[in-house]
Design a protein around this ligand. Structure first.
Ligand code: TPP
Ligand code: MG
Length: 561
C-alpha cells in the first residue's frame, strides 16, 4: 500500500512530501503551532537545525537556497515567529533565492478573531514573496508543496510562504501523491533572439557584460565564461554576485556595486554595448540610477532576464531576451567570435584597472591593523572553493574589493544589504558543504544582530571562522552622518561586549587581533582548532573605507557647508 492510501496526519503528509522533494535539511525555531510537523520530523531523514532566532533560521534557509539552487526550507511559528523570519524572506526576494517558509497558523475555526498570534500571511508577506498561501485542507498538501517548489525556482527564483493552520496539521486524511519537482522551469532563448544578439555583437567595439541575479547553475557559469572568451568581453558582476565569474580570469573587470572602482564606472559609461545577464539593473548595479540613467541608455542594451516582468521595467533595452541563465549561456557560448581583435585593448585595459584597484599595497589606513593586507593574505591562504559570507557594513567593502572569488557559490552575501547575515549564512553554507572552508565576516554591529547563532554552530558541529571587524560603531551610518551632518554624531556609537569572551562562552575558539601581523597565525590556529571560531579584529575607527578617513570626510563636508 503506498503512503497515499494510508491515512496520515497533515504534519506527516507535509514532511513526507518534503522528503519526496529531496529535502535533507530544514531550519527552524520550534513553536506550538506546528507540533504535528515537529512530531513527523522526529522519524524523518531530514536534518533539523534549530536556530536561536527566526531571523537567523530564515537567513540559514536563504543561504541554503543560494548555495544549492534548491529551495531552502524554514519552519517558524505564527505571529512573532513569522515577523522575525520576514527579514530572510525579504532577502530571498531581492536576492532571487529559492526558499520556502512554513508558518504555523491558528486553527481554522478561530480565524479572523485576532486569535492568539494571528496574522493574515497573505497580506503580511504579499509584497515580498512570489506566492503566499494557506493550506486549509490536509488532502491538498502535496499539491501546495509541489507548487511551492515549482514557483520558488521557476523563472526569477524567490521565496514562497505557506501558512499551516494547526488543526489542519492534526487532521488524519488520505492524500494523493503528485510527482515531485525535479528541475526548475525556465524560459528558453529563441533563434531570432540569438540572431539579434549576434547582430549587436557585430556592431560593438567596446562591449561590456554585467552578470547578476539568481538562477545560475555550474553549467551556466561555465558557458558564460566561454561566451566572454570567444567574444573577448570584459565582465563585471553586480553587487555581491562576484562569484559568477572567476576573479582571476583575464576578462574579469570588477564588481558593479557600492563603492565601484571609478575607472570601471567610466568604462561602463563609455561602452557601446552593455549585455546584462540575470541582473535586474537595480539601484546598486546602476550607481543609484546615475551611472546608468533610465529610461534609455546612450549605448545599446541587451537585457537578459528570466522574469519577463523585469524586461523594460526601468530601462528600455534594444534587445530584451526573456531567458533562463542556462539556456542563454549555452546559446551565447556557441556564437562565433565577432570583432574579437578589435576589443583586445579594451578588454586588457579593463583588467589592468581591476588589478590596480584590487591591489591593497598602495592602500594605507590609520592604525596598527591594515585590512587590505589581511584580505590579501586570506586570498593567498584560502582554498579556491572557500566560501566568504558577510552582511552589511563598511567592513564588507574590504571583502568585496580585495578578495578574489574564484568559483561559483564561493560568496554568500545579501544583495538587499541586510545586516546580521554572515553568521547564520555560514551555518547553512557549512551544513551544505562540510568539506569547504567557510568564513563569516561581520562588523561589530552586524555581528550583534545574529551572533547568537554561534550557539547553533556549536550545537550542530559546524566549524566556520567568524571575523568580527570591530570599530566600536555602526560605521556606515556614522560615515553618512559625517558626510551629511559633519560632527553631529547621533545614535551610531556602540558599547560592545568582549567578543572573545562571548565566543568562548558559546564554546568557540576565539582570539583578539590588534596588529596586522597577528592575523595570519590567529587564523591558522582558528582553523586548526576544528571548532567554530571567532577572531575579533580591532581596527582604528578612522579607517572607515580604503580611500577615506572619518575625519577626512568630516573636514571635507564641513568645508562645503
Ligand atoms: C537589518 C539592518 N538594519 C540596519 C541597516 C542600516 N545599516 C547599514 S550598515 C549599518 C552599520 C553596520 O555597522 P557594523 O556592522 O559595525 O559595520 P561598520 O560599518 O562599522 O564596518 C547599518 C546600521 C541595515 N543595512 N540592515
Ligand atoms: Mg562597526
Amino acid at each position: 500500500m503506498s503512503a497515499a492510501n494510508t491515512p496520515r496526519s497533515g504534519g506527516r503528509i507535509l514532511v513526507d512530501e518534503l522528503v519526496r522533494h529531496g529535502v535533507d535539511t530544514a531550519y527552524c525555531v520550534p513553536g506550538e503551532s506546528y507540533l504535528a510537523v515537529l512530531d513527523a520530523l522526529h522519524d524523518a531523514t531530514v536534518r533539523v537545525i534549530t536556530a536561536r532566532q527566526e531571523g537567523g533560521a530564515a537567513f540559514m534557509a536563504e543561504a541554503h537556497g543560494k548555495m544549492t539552487g534548491r529551495p531552502g526550507i524554514c519552519f517558524v511559528t505564527r505571529g512573532p515567529g513569522a515577523t522575525n523570519a520576514s527579514i530572510g524572506v525579504h532577502t530571498a526576494f531581492q536576492d532571487s533565492t529559492p526558499m520556502i517558509l512554513f508558518v504555523g497558523q491558528v486553527a481554522r475555526d478561530q480565524m479572523e478573531r485576532e486569535a492568539f498570534q494571528e496574522i493574515d500571511y497573505r497580506r503580511m508577506y504579499g509584497e515580498m514573496t512570489k506566492w503566499v498561501a494557506q493550506i486549509d485542507d490536509a488532502r491538498r498538501i502535496p499539491e501546495f508543496v509541489s507548487r511551492a517548489f515549482h514557483t520558488a525556482t521557476a523563472g526569477r527564483p524567490g521565496p514562497v510562504v505557506l501558512a499551516l493552520p494547526e488543526d489542519m496539521l492534526r487532521d488524519v486524511v488520505e492524500a494523493p501523491e503528485v510527482a515531485p519537482f525535479r528541475t526548475p522551469v525556465q524560459p528558453h532563448i529563441s533563434s531570432a533572439d540569438l540572431m539579434d544578439l549576434r547582430d549587436e555583437l557585430s556592431h560593438a567595439k567596446r562591449p561590456f557584460m554585467i552578470l547578476g541575479g539568481g538562477g545560475w547553475t555550474p553549467k551556466a557559469v561555465k558557458d558564460i565564461q566561454q561566451f566572454a572568451e570567444r567574444q573577448n568581453l570584459p565582465v563585471g558582476c553586480s553587487f555581491r554576485t562576484q562569484h559568477l565569474f572567476d576573479n582571476d580570469h583575464p576578462l574579469y573587470a570588477g564588481d558593479v556595486g557600492i563603492g565601484i572602482n571609478p575607472a570601471l564606472a567610466e568604462r561602463i559609461k563609455a561602452s557601446d554595448l552593455l549585455i546584462v545577464v540575470g541582473a535586474r539593473l537595480g539601484e546598486m548595479t546602476t550607481g543609484g540610477y546615475e551611472m546608468l540613467k533610465p529610461p534609455k541608455l546612450p549605448q545599446h542594451l541587451v537585457h537578459v532576464h528570466p522574469g519577463a516582468e523585469e524586461l523594460g521595467r526601468v530601462f528600455q533595452p534594444d534587445l530584451a531576451i526573456n531567458c533562463g541563465m542556462e539556456s542563454f549561456a549555452h546559446a551565447a557560448s556557441s556564437v562565433k567570435p565577432v570583432n574579437y581583435a578589435a576589443r583586445e585593448d579594451w578588454a586588457k585595459a579593463a583588467r589592468a584597472d581591476y588589478e590596480a584597484w584590487n591591489d591593497p599595497a598602495p592602500v594605507t589606513t590609520p592604525g596598527a591593523v591594515q585590512m587590505g593586507t589581511i584580505m590579501a593574505w586570506l586570498r593567498g591562504h584560502l582554498p579556491k572553493d572557500a566560501v566568504m559570507c558577510n552582511g552589511a557594513g563598511n567592513y564588507s567593502v574590504w571583502v568585496h574589493r580585495f578578495h578574489r572569488y574564484r568559483g561559483f557559490r564561493t560568496q554568500a552575501a545579501p544583495t538587499n544589504g541586510t545586516m546580521g547575515y554572515g553568521v547564520p549564512a555560514a551555518v547553512a553554507v557549512k551544513a551544505a558543504n562540510p568539506e569547504r572552508t567557510v568564513v563569516a565576516f561581520a562588523g561589530d554591529g552586524c555581528f550583534q544582530m545574529n551572533g547568537q547563532e554561534l550557539g547553533t554552530a556549536v550545537q550542530f558541529g559546524l566549524p566556520f571562522i567568524t571575523i568580527v571587524v570591530n570599530n566600536g560603531m555602526y560605521g556606515t551610518i556614522r560615515m553618512h552622518q559625517e558626510r551629511a551632518y559633519p560632527g553631529r554624531i547621533s545614535a551610531t556609537d556602540l558599547v560592545n561586549p568582549d567578543f572573545v569572551m562571548l565566543a568562548k562562552a558559546y564554546g568557540c575558539h576565539a582570539e583578539l587581533v590588534e596588529k596586522t601581523e597577528d592575523f595570519a597565525p590567529a587564523f591558522e590556529r582558528a582553523e586548526a582548532s576544528g571548532k567554530p571560531a571567532l577572531i575579533e579584529v580591532r581596527i582604528d575607527p578612522e579607517a572607515i573605507t580604503p580611500r577615506e578617513t572619518l575625519s577626512g570626510i568630516r573636514e571635507k563636508a564641513s568645508a562645503k557647508a
